[in-house]
Design a protein around this ligand. Structure first.
Ligand code: 5AD
Ligand code: SF4
Length: 435
């Protein structure tokens, strides 16, 4: 995993890009491996070539996949139809704009966010799924995530591992992280791993460079989620082989940001996200929905701000009030409120990758499936060792707290297959190749 199937490199371009063929389906990728040649079979992740494999091995895997690949595609196509019958004129008009690829105004976005009627919501989600299918076909990516430290110097009001909260803290050693990653790659076949922690300077440049370069040499996409660290450090980690970074701006509303992240600055966070993008990182960013005093206008601004950052992946989820935090008594959003945000994001940025987050699954046990049918196309599986996972309590009762890696993978694959999705690579747009 991503359980990405291998594809054949059929073209190499001067700009450092190339084209990979998956059973006739062409995807643009960034080469990022010096010795790849046309005709090679390769794995790509997040649109980046991460590993070559032998022709013999590739053909064997592809022969196992061939029938399944087309069978899944047919199923996804069947499931991604939508019908616009019975809609009130106003909603119909907005959805037709979406379908005709015309931009939505803020007013349109607000009107969609305010929909409550189950029949209208059904069409909204169906259209989002239809667009997801139009843009990505049935490709869905699954990354693994290792939560390697729950130490954090920040004190965000919403977070269960904020510095003020008394929780058992852990740090995985450099060797332990490498061992867990190697196991995830060898035993489970992961081809992209997210390294997540609180903001923990104990992991200095030397430690992080060692981890990143060792993981990159395993032939995987190394995805960092380590918070507000120095730009120079991120630059060094890029040189060491990290290619993706997850950093949410959390909220576009400066007042809410200031209140919930004492001492931190929204401006600095946005600046770092932009800097990471210009260093060449694949960017995943987004926000928490359902923070106190948040208005529908804030949600619209959150989506538009995410879009303006040019992310490769949208990562947003609902606030899950964590006990012993200042937001413990905050009420939760409904699942429909979140599905509307997913659908709207798909409309605003049709070819985006939209992650189903663990927070969403924690809100509703069936969220993964319904979110994948409302515009989402990406997910993560927790590969943190069980002994540590219980302590990474950003919020309580996390959906994946008791799920072994094996069960996590099996249930993700069962779900994808039941929806006709293939865990292929997600591809990149041309613009990313030339920037
Ligand atoms: N509920 C939902 N998401 C949370 N995060 C932190 N605390 C919570 C919570 N209580 C999110 C933040 C952070 C990510 C790692 O976890 O958005 O960026
Ligand atoms: Fe630390 Fe992130 Fe939690 Fe804030 S949200 S306290 S930065 S782990």
């Amino acid at each position: 995993m991503c359980y990405a199937i291998p594809g054949q490199l059929i073209e190499i371009r001067e700009n450092g890009g190339g084209v990979v063929d998956y059973f006739g389906e062409k995807r643009n990728i960034l080469l990022d491996l010096s010795d790849a040649a046309v005709g090679d079979y390769v794995y790509a992740q997040g649109g980046i070539l991460v590993r070559k494999i032998s022709t013999e091995e590739a053909l064997e895997i592809l022969s196992l996949w061939k029938d399944k690949f087309f069978e899944l595609k047919k199923m996804d196509e069947r499931l991604s139809h939508f019908s616009e019958s019975d809609l009130p004129a106003n909603t119909l008009q907005i959805l037709q704009k979406v379908n005709l690829k015309k931009p939505l105004s803020r007013q349109d976005m607000l009107a969609l966010l305010k929909l409550e009627d189950p029949r209208e919501l059904k069409v909204l989600y169906e259209l989002a799924n239809h667009i997801r299918h139009r843009e990505h076909d049935n490709a869905s990516c699954i990354h693994g995530i290792i939560e390697f430290s729950n130490h954090c110097r920040e004190n965000c009001h919403y977070c269960g591992i904020r510095s003020d909260r008394v929780v058992k803290r852990y740090r995985m050693s450099v060797d332990e992280i490498i061992e867990v990653a190697q196991h995830a790659v060898d035993e489970y076949g992961f081809k992209a791993l997210v390294l997540q922690s609180g903001e923990d300077p104990w992991y200095d440049e030397k430690k992080l460079v060692k981890i990143v370069s060792t993981l990159r040499a395993m032939g995987i996409l190394v995805f960092l989620s380590i918070g507000m660290r120095d730009k120079e450090l991120y630059q060094k980690l890029y040189q060491a082989g990290a290619r993706a970074a997850l950093l949410r701006f959390e909220t576009s509303n400066e007042d809410i940001f200031r209140q919930l992240r004492p001492g931190a600055s929204l401006h600095e966070r946005l600046t770092l996200i932009k800097q990471l993008k210009s260093m060449g990182y694949i960017i995943a960013t987004g926000f928490i929905a359902g923070l106190p005093d948040e208005t529908p206008e804030d949600i619209v601004n959150n989506i538009l701000l995410t879009q303006s950052l040019g992310p490769d992946m949208y990562s947003f989820g609902p606030l899950i009030p964590a006990i012993d935090t200042p937001l413990a008594a905050q009420s939760k959003l409904s699942i429909d409120a979140m599905l509307k945000i997913i659908a709207l994001t798909r409309f605003v940025d049709p070819d985006s990758n939209i992650l189903v987050t663990t927070a969403l699954e924690t809100l509703d046990a069936s969220a993964k499936k319904i979110a994948l049918l409302a515009g989402a196309n990406s997910m993560m599986i927790n590969v943190t060792p069980m002994e540590y996972r219980v302590f990474y309590q950003i919020y309580d009762n996390r959906a994946d707290r008791n799920q072994t890696v094996k069960v996590g993978i099996q249930s993700a694959l069962d779900l994808l297959y039941s929806l006709g999705r293939a865990p292929t690579d997600i591809g990149v747009v041309e613009a990313t190749l030339t920037s």
